[in-house]
Design a protein around this ligand. Structure first.
Ligand SMILES: [Ca+2]
Ligand SMILES: [Ca+2]
Length: 298
């Protein structure tokens, strides 16, 4: 009994020592409660371009708060892309460009607490695509050695989405996926999709009204060809008006919050990253698309 009491006492002493240590740490590095659990999402644009084009690629961050310091390297294929300029966002730091190796390094630390509750563009890089890059090729632009810290010094958990420039003159190709037709660029008309399909397909809207050639295709429209019918899915267009806008953000949010469920073609359209779930990652995708940072891949 006595021995146990003694052990308890030692344990108590040890614990109070640890607590004092933690307290001292907290005083010198104030820990923010809000920033500890969230996962920051870093997105490098993915866009389409033709050989010879000059384009902007952005690195943006979402769902982040209490950003105190960071470092990363943005890597690209120097044989296929030429970097013309690098512009850093509101978070100032030291940038160095190694054009030969295709590597842009960035590091920043601030004594001021810089808080991005939602989105910020960390870097905009202007590239010229070599005219010799082949049609259909994806030139990757990706992050390496990426670390983000809270102002208290704790490392943030990250979710990275690397970027690419897809060399394409014609854009997406519509394709069937079960009972759905995907691969439709938002804003496409019936005749544009039919041309790409190589079909004189018949289209009706969700209410059964026949669409004409100049009507814009929307999520939920029905298309028939080769003796089968498919429902059109435009990723991001979860309200079925044919465009990707803030109205779709509202729809997806309401689904996530359990207020109004999305199903069928509309539910599929909401799952922009095609992982089979509808969640905040899809909201980020729609937002990045609306802001022109990264196009949703159709
Ligand atoms: Ca829409
Ligand atoms: Ca998803």
């Amino acid at each position: 009994m006595g021995r146990y009491r003694k052990t308890g006492k030692i344990l108590k002493m040890a614990l109070s020592g640890i607590l004092a240590g933690i307290l001292a740490f907290c005083v010198s590095f104030p820990v923010s409660a809000e920033g500890t659990s969230a996962e920051a999402e870093l997105t490098v644009s993915h866009i389409r371009a033709e050989g010879g084009n000059t384009v902007d690629i952005t690195l943006s961050v979402s769902e982040v708060s209490d950003l105190g310091a960071m470092e990363y390297q943005l890597v690209y294929d120097a044989g296929k892309l030429t970097c013309n300029s690098v512009k850093v966002g509101p978070f100032d730091g030291v940038t160095s460009l190694n054009q030969e190796n295709g590597r842009i390094s960035f590091a920043a630390a601030s004594s001021n607490k810089l808080s991005y509750q939602q989105d910020a563009v960390l870097m905009t890089v202007n590239f010229t695509v070599s005219p010799t890059v082949a049609e259909g090729e994806k030139v990757e632009i990706y992050l390496e050695n990426t670390k983000l810290y809270h102002s208290g010094g704790e490392k943030m958990s990250l979710s990275l989405e690397n970027g690419y420039i897809e060399i394409s003159k014609n854009g997406n190709t519509p394709q069937t996926d079960g009972g759905y037709l995907t691969g439709i660029v938002p804003g496409s008309t019936v005749s544009q999709v039919n041309t790409k399909l190589g079909q004189n397909a018949l289209w009706t809207d969700a209410q059964g009204k026949t669409l004409s050639n100049h009507d814009t295709v929307k999520t939920g429209d029905l298309v028939s060809f080769g003796g089968k019918s498919y429902q059109a899915v435009i990723y991001g267009d979860s309200n079925g008006d044919g465009v990707v806008s803030s109205l779709d953000v509202v729809k997806v949010r309401n689904h996530i919050l359990g207020r109004s469920a999305l199903s069928g073609a509309y539910g599929k359209a909401a799952d922009c990253n095609k992982d089979g779930k509808i969640n905040s990652s899809d909201v980020v995708k729609i937002r990045n698309h609306i802001l022109g940072r990264a196009e949703i891949v159709q």
